[in-house]
Design a protein around this ligand. Structure first.
Ligand SMILES: CC(C)(COP(=O)(O)OP(=O)(O)OC[C@H]1O[C@@H](n2cnc3c(N)ncnc32)[C@H](O)[C@@H]1OP(=O)(O)O)[C@@H](O)C(=O)NCCC(=O)NCCS
Length: 328
């Protein structure tokens, strides 16, 4: 058996992906060969896009037996002042071996931290990650609704008014950032992988969500709606129609990105009203499906999703590896 950092060929990668039981969006009935070639193209372009992205592979008799592909995360790295990457794919029958090679290469490259998200069905991959020093940080549950064919159940609270965010309006931006600052620090309701990692400073994890909200309302996402109650901004939701997916895999889908409600306004349906408006907007822009993903401990979002008619469709675990604890 040999191993190295030579990138796999697209054809070889496709061979591994075709053997996967669970590929992203397989729950929508997209043909497996379409998903596998889409993923292999995406992973190869990622490797071609930057020298900071890399692959390790394990071969036996020249045949690819395992591969791991990582993407450097400039945004997360800047926020935490650490070099952080994300494991985008690990596959093949020699998973534990390839992950050992991957861990050693991550250390050699001076990475401080590597994130890995695996679908919950892939318990064995999670266990392989644990065996080489990755630690569980959070779990995400995603729910979906066919907004084209199913009627939206939208329980409304007449005391909560939802309106579009005004781009470039400093009051609206200030209100969103103030809510984000509180909602993901002392008024947090769920565990997320940044805050769950004791090695990531809490203040920086708090800041990450504020920066995420800022980017989201300044063009990273398609839409933002604000909820108003008692004449004040009480919450916000952002999201997008993932239009590139229609061209790439024939899936018309949109998703909520970020949402938060100020602590004083919680428990009166503000999130439910915001989510309902976001789903309507996703539908109006031509999507067939809309998704809401949340942390497994975010019971309010899961309750609201199910009351709006969404059904759970996929879930994943997030792990972190760190140079501080390479093998523990
Ligand atoms: C999660 C959050 C957005 C919910 O906002 P909210 O306006 O209080 O939610 P709603 O009032 O619309 O409640 C939604 C549903 O969840 C229920 N709910 C609220 N807290 C709950 C809990 N701890 N367990 C179970 N259900 C809960 C509500 O009762 C409601 O269901 P109901 O209408 O059947 O009673 C808010 O708590 C928040 O901003 N949290 C911090 C940031 C965050 O986690 N954002 C979401 C992830 S991106």
């Amino acid at each position: 058996m040999s191993h190295g950092t030579d990138p796999p060929e697209e054809r070889e990668l496709l061979g591994l992906l075709l053997k996967e039981r669970n590929l992203p969006y397989s729950e929508y009935g997209v043909d497996k060969s379409v998903l596998a070639s889409w993923q292999s193209r995406k992973l190869i372009s990622l490797l071609e896009a930057s020298k900071k992205n890399w692959a390790v592979s394990v071969r036996r008799g020249g045949r690819l037996r395992g591969v791991a592909i990582a993407e450097y995360l400039p945004w997360d790295s800047k926020i935490f002042g650490l070099d952080i990457a994300s494991l985008r794919y690990v596959g093949g029958e020699e998973k534990t071996k390839v992950l050992e090679v991957f861990r050693d290469e991550s250390a050699k490259r001076g990475l401080h931290k590597v994130f890995a998200r695996v679908r919950s069905e892939e318990v064995e991959t999670g266990q392989s990650l644990e065996s080489i020093g990755f630690r569980l940080m959070d779990a995400i549950v995603t729910a979906t609704i066919d907004v084209e064919n199913e009627k939206l159940k939208a329980p409304r609270n007449p005391r909560v008014k939802v309106r579009p965010y005004r781009k470039g309006n400093s009051n609206d931006e200030g209100a969103v950032l103030a809510i984000a600052k509180e909602a993901w620090s002392k008024a947090r309701v769920a565990t997320n992988h940044f805050h769950a990692d004791p090695e990531l400073p809490e203040a920086k994890s708090n800041q990450l969500y504020v920066e995420w909200a800022r980017n989201s309302v300044n063009g990273r996402d398609d839409f933002c709606f604000l909820a108003e109650a008692d004449g004040r901004v009480a919450g916000f939701v952002t999201g997008s129609n993932l239009v590139h997916l229609e061209k790439e895999i024939g899936l018309r889908i949109g998703a909520l990105s970020l949402a938060a409600v100020a602590p004083w306004a919680r428990g009166r349906g503000a999130f439910m009203s915001l989510a309902a408006e976001a789903l309507r907007r996703i539908s109006q822009r031509g999507a067939r499906h809309a998704e809401i993903g949340t942390h497994i401990t975010n019971y309010a979002v899961q309750t609201a999703s199910s009351r709006l008619g969404l059904r759970s469709c996929s879930s994943s675990f997030t792990f972190h590896w760190s140079t501080e604890r390479p093998n523990s």
